[in-house]
Design a protein around this ligand. Structure first.
Ligand code: NAD
Ligand code: WQD
Length: 339
């Protein structure tokens, strides 16, 4: 079976993808600098699957180390998760974000060229669509201006990968544009473990539910949406992880360049999320309407048809499961991997 190299594979989406790859019989090698994750997630992946994987602690910007490891491991494909992802922080530290996300990706691509590794799947984001003119968003919807350096870093790396593929037709590139990943593995052993106060909605709600945070601030209730709060396409992380396994199958067919949305096609509002989570944790969740958050858009959800047609993939998990699995992970690990 093919050997898959996961940069950033100890993180939230990477660890769930490692589980699905191992379950399908792939060999998995993880390379992560543990900046935003812990080795405990690797141990848990092995517990869930009953299989082992190879872990290297290292930075994608460390050219020498990465080259040495990739030379020795002889991998068939790379899934490139490694990067910084906090939108607000990226506004304060743009150079750090560009250096890690863009610089690190360039180093990785250069090493791939040198070692003739020809398959890469990249973690992109719906953020590259900016404020879309219409929803649902298809892959041919135009890329637009991003509202923060994090978003631009994704948009730039997409362009760099497309140009690298054009210059080297032997290279296969699949860009996966994730919508809003939430949830956790149903075992409750792996999940999202944000450092400090979460920026994203679902981990914030979850920490209110467990009593670590007092109440949720709802960023605006005057959007042009059914209840006035922002609408997003929340996708269960296990569905998302399975999408990566399908992308790996696809990339083995030498597809050249491919771009897929990974979303459910359904949008839920902030208040929908609060009510659904409230059911899962069986508690009222206090919230307060706050001003809009800068850079936010009203509505964003995917047209996931292309992934269904070409990858035979579609999201199957419900909003109820997203909330129940998040709550299960939160209660089993109140302090994340440090519990
Ligand atoms: P995460 O922070 O949990 O995982 C990223 C991992 O990369 C972490 O384990 C971190 O330690 C590692 N890392 C960071 N810089 C590194 C470097 N220079 N060298 C080696 N390892 C490094 O984040 P995630 O939510 O799992 O996201 C994975 C990828 O998906 C990221 O590229 C992110 O931008 C992208 N993405 C995430 C979301 C989301 O909402 N979670 C949405 C769209 C796209
Ligand atoms: C969702 C909704 C908020 C927090 C971000 C990135 C995007 C992608 C996914 C990586 C919005 C509202 C939130 C809170 C709130 N990441 N909200 N109170 O902004 O859609 O996307 O994560 O690629 O690039 O921008 O996700 O979870 O932050 O917000 O009311 O405390 O919840 O206004 O409507 P977002 P989010």
């Amino acid at each position: 079976m093919a050997k898959i190299f996961l940069t950033g594979g100890a993180g939230y989406i990477g660890s769930h993808t490692a589980v699905e790859l191992l379950n399908e019989g792939y060999e998995v090698v993880v390379y992560d600098n543990l900046y935003n994750s812990s080795k405990e997630s690797i141990k848990r992946v092995e517990e869930i699957t009953g299989k082992s994987l190879t872990f290297y602690e290292g930075d994608i910007r460390d050219r020498e180390k990465l080259t040495k490891i990739l030379k020795a491991e002889k991998v068939d494909a790379i899934i490139h998760f490694a990067g910084l992802k906090a939108v607000g922080e990226s506004v304060r530290k743009p150079l750090e974000y560009y250096e890690n996300n863009v610089g690190g990706s360039i180093t990785l691509l250069e090493i791939m060229n040198e070692l003739e590794i020809k398959n890469i799947v990249f973690s992109s984001s719906a953020t590259v669509y900016g404020n879309p003119d219409t929803v649902p968003i298809t892959e041919s919807s135009p890329k637009k201006d991003c509202t923060n350096p994090y978003g631009w870093s994704k948009s730039m790396v997409e362009q760099i990968m497309m140009d690298a593929q054009l210059a080297n037709p032997k290279l296969n590139v699949i860009l996966l544009r994730y919508f809003n990943p939430v949830g956790a593995h149903e075992s409750g052993k792996i999940g999202e473990d944000p450092k400090g106060i979460p920026n994203n909605l679902m981990p914030y709600i979850s920490q209110v539910a467990i009593g670590k945070l007092e109440k949720l601030g709802v960023f605006g209730n005057d959007y042009d949406t059914p209840d006035g709060t922002g609408v997003r396409d929340y996708i269960h992380v296990v569905d998302l992880a399975k999408g990566h396994v399908r992308a790996i199958k696809k990339i083995m067919e030498n597809p050249g360049l491919k771009i897929y949305n990974l979303g459910t096609g359904v949008g839920y509002s902030v208040l929908d999320m609060v009510h659904a989570f409230s059911k899962a944790c069986k508690k009222e969740l206090p919230y307060e309407i706050k001003p809009r958050r800068e850079g936010d858009i009203a509505t964003c959800y995917a047209d996931p048809t292309l992934a269904k047609e070409e990858l035979s993939w579609e999201a199957t998990k419900t909003l109820e499961e997203m909330c129940e699995d998040t709550w299960h992970w939160q209660t089993m690990n109140p302090n994340g991997y440090n519990s």
